[in-house]
Design a protein around this ligand. Structure first.
Ligand code: GAL
Length: 464
């Protein structure tokens, strides 16, 4: 039996736009994701989050699903435009009530709420009228929105995550344009990331100065990163892999833990990378009480100097790879999930150890890990053995990392239930509960029963 530390925290995660539905009910206004998903051709089968899992109406049932599994912590996000339809100004009381009721329902079942303030659904008005994340004023809007949330929920919520995956917001939203707001630029991602970090810093400053002492909670940020394994042992490939991680995770974590962007980014980008003022630096440095990490996969990295080749061959979540001089590939022997993401559990172990070494062993929470497979229901059952194997192998990697000294404190499985998987619509299923989108019925997959045992035993007998 692989046992986890006594206080290890087991949870599951979702996000507002992916599960809530009720897109225009209860006083909610559209976010950039509502708009994006309603443009034909932007999502698989032109699907959108209008109804999603209808969690807005079914939240009590969903809390019961968690209670049935013995889940101890639940990470969800707040839809900003449900709280402030225009992203600024008036507060929508119905939105406050919805989250307030959800929090009470969780606490009634002894489930600890972990709130993400921003999981990609920016109020549309802030984008169309105010240039969204490109506008330096966004940090003030975000701080005010955060204030409303701390004020209304902070008496009961002790775990706050400001932003989910700034890398995705910047790269998929502003470079590749495959996620909202669908922009394609080589420079905007760096400007957007800068404003995300400033916004995070300001929300944390507010929490610490005005709320933390009384409410006694903690606040941090969640970043995502895949692992990058050097293709060969050549020093230039080892450096390329390191550079690639710095452009991915270091971009967002270095300013928080080390006080500025990685030197490799400054060297390559020069003035295309914004500079922090001394005031920004002071606010951002040390602004996370824990290290929130989302991790799914691994790719191989090799050095690839732009003047050697005319075109770049980009594979996977590369970022703007010509800025990095890195080429990414996969190993053909690696199995993949339905997202085509290679399954490489040791990549998670290496990444956790990389974080331990670079950032002086911070407390880490894996705020997302999981996988999509083409689950099918047969005789009312979903035998998702591949998901169990994935979770077993990734949790084994966590176990090894802990044995090597990594201060890993918790694990949130993505996701509680199948949901709106962004550009992939409903075609990719990440849940441990299966959702039948015809009638919105939830059915536990085999992996749900497996996870229940893991939580009950605080560990598991591995397949390995
Ligand atoms: C993360 C994201 C989640 C979920 C997951 C699976 O990047 O935070 O919302 O979609 O990926 O793709």
């Amino acid at each position: 039996m692989k046992k986890f530390p006594k206080d290890f925290l087991w949870g599951s995660a979702t996000s507002s736009y992916q599960i809530e539905g009720a897109a225009t009910e209860g006083g909610r206004a559209w976010s950039i994701w509502d708009a994006h998903a309603h443009i034909p051709g932007r999502t698989a089968n032109n699907e959108n989050g209008d109804i999603a899992c209808d969690h807005y109406h079914k939240y009590k049932e969903d809390v019961q699903l968690m209670a049935d599994l013995g889940i101890k912590s639940y990470r969800f996000s707040i839809s900003w435009s449900r709280i402030q339809p225009d992203g600024q100004g008036a507060v929508n009381e119905e939105g406050i009530s919805f989250y307030s009721n959800l929090i009470d329902e969780l606490l009634k079942h002894n489930i600890t709420p972990w709130i993400t303030l921003y999981h990609w659904d920016l109020p549309l008005a802030l984008h169309t009228e105010k240039d969204g994340w490109l506008n330096p004023e966004i940090a003030d809007y975000f701080q005010k929105y955060a204030h409303i949330c701390f004020e209304h929920f902070g008496d009961r919520v002790k775990n706050w995550i400001t932003l989910n995956e700034g890398w995705v917001v910047s790269i998929l939203g502003y470079a590749e344009g495959v996620f909202a707001p669908g922009r394609k630029s080589k420079d905007e991602p760096y400007l957007v990331a800068h404003q995300l970090l400033r916004s995070h810093g300001k929300a944390v400053k507010l929490y610490r100065e005005k709320f933390q002492e009384v409410q006694k909670g903690r606040i941090g940020i969640t970043n995502n990163c895949d692992w990058r394994e050097p293709l060969t042992n050549k020093p230039e490939d080892i450096e390329a892999a390191q550079r690639s991680i710095e452009f991915f995770l270091g971009w967002f974590a270095d300013p928080i833990y080390l006080g500025d962007y990685p030197a490799s980014m400054r060297k390559s980008l020069g003035d295309r990378l914004p500079k922090f003022t001394e005031e920004d630096k002071a606010i951002i440095l040390g602004s996370s009480d824990f290290f929130g990490l989302n991790h799914y996969s691994t790719l191989l990295a090799e050095d690839f100097q732009k003047d050697e080749h005319l075109t770049m061959n980009v594979y996977g979540n590369g970022g703007i790879s010509e800025d990095q001089n890195v080429k990414l590939t996969t190993d053909p022997s690696w199995k993949k999930t339905a997202m085509e993401w290679p399954i490489v559990p040791w990549g998670l172990q290496k990444l956790l150890e990389w974080i331990m070494n670079r950032y002086d062993n911070p407390p880490i929470y894996i705020t997302e890990n999981g996988c999509a497979f083409n689950d099918t229901m047969v005789d009312g059952k979903i035998e998702d053995r591949e998901r169990i194997a994935y979770l077993d192998s990734y949790l084994s990697a966590c176990h090894k990392a802990i044995a090597n000294g990594v201060n890993l404190k918790g694990y949130f499985l993505w996701s509680l239930m199948d949901n709106f998987e962004w550009a992939q619509g409903y075609s990719k299923r990440f849940g441990i509960y299966y959702v039948d989108y015809k009638n919105l019925e939830r059915t536990p997959k085999q992996s749900a029963y497996w996870f229940k045992e893991v939580i009950a035993n605080n560990g598991f007998k591995t397949f390995e």
